[in-house]
Design a binder for this molecule. Structure first.
Ligand code: IMP
Ligand code: MG
Length: 179
């Protein structure tokens, strides 16, 4: 069913059941990969708040959770290079295994920026888990991107935490913009 958010129309792309199923699989992988350490999961707000919550519920090894806030879109549907950050994690990540949890990787600029900033704090490792990836939009490879929920086309999506003009975050499924 099509829905309208502000001036745009959207149609279903990935439903809630599929998201949960994929999130469970990634969670199991993380439980195995981080068995030997106590990782710090760094959730990137706002877009990933539902994904962080659902993913973290699948984790059964000791871990810490911190948050950072980045924004690169300012209400439009194309990524801007300018990034606003509010990074104070409140957790010392020096010597720790860090896993960044993102909603979506588009151009990759936001992640490159965040990874560079976190590296200055000398963690033992940094990896990234993103629910969505738009491979065609990625401007340069991100070697830390180890876990991806779904690869999607270069199209604008909303729902399950992702917004268009701050709306649509509450939708349970992910929708794509009708062209
Ligand atoms: P990047 O810096 O271009 O990779 O953009 C990353 C950020 O832009 C993501 O963390 C999202 O917050 C936002 N973003 C990218 N693509 C979309 C989209 O299709 N819908 C909603 N937000 C998006
Ligand atoms: Mg984001």
């Amino acid at each position: 069913m099509k829905i309208k958010i502000a001036d745009l129309e959207f149609e279903p792309l990935i439903n809630e059941d599929l998201i949960i199923e994929r999130t469970k699989a990634i969670g199991q992988q993380l439980n195995a990969d981080y068995l030997q350490s106590i990782p710090v999961f760094v959730g990137v707000l706002n877009g990933s708040f539902l994904f962080i919550a659902d993913l973290i519920k699948q984790i059964n090894i000791p871990c810490e959770i911190a948050f950072t806030k980045l924004a690169s879109y300012y209400g439009g549907t194309t990524s801007k290079l300018k990034i606003r950050d509010d990074i104070d994690l409140m957790v010392d990540i020096k010597g720790r295994d860090v896993l960044i949890i993102e909603d979506i990787v588009d151009t990759g600029n936001t992640l490159h920026y965040l990874i560079d900033k976190l590296k200055q704090r000398e963690p033992a490792s940094i990896k990234v888990c993103s629910l969505l990836l738009k491979p065609e939009a990625l401007q340069s490879p991100i070697e830390e991107l180890k876990y991806v929920g779904f690869e999607i086309k270069n199209e604008f999506v909303v729902g399950y935490g992702l917004d268009y003009q701050e709306m649509g975050r509450n939708l349970r499924d992910i929708y794509k913009k009708v062209e």
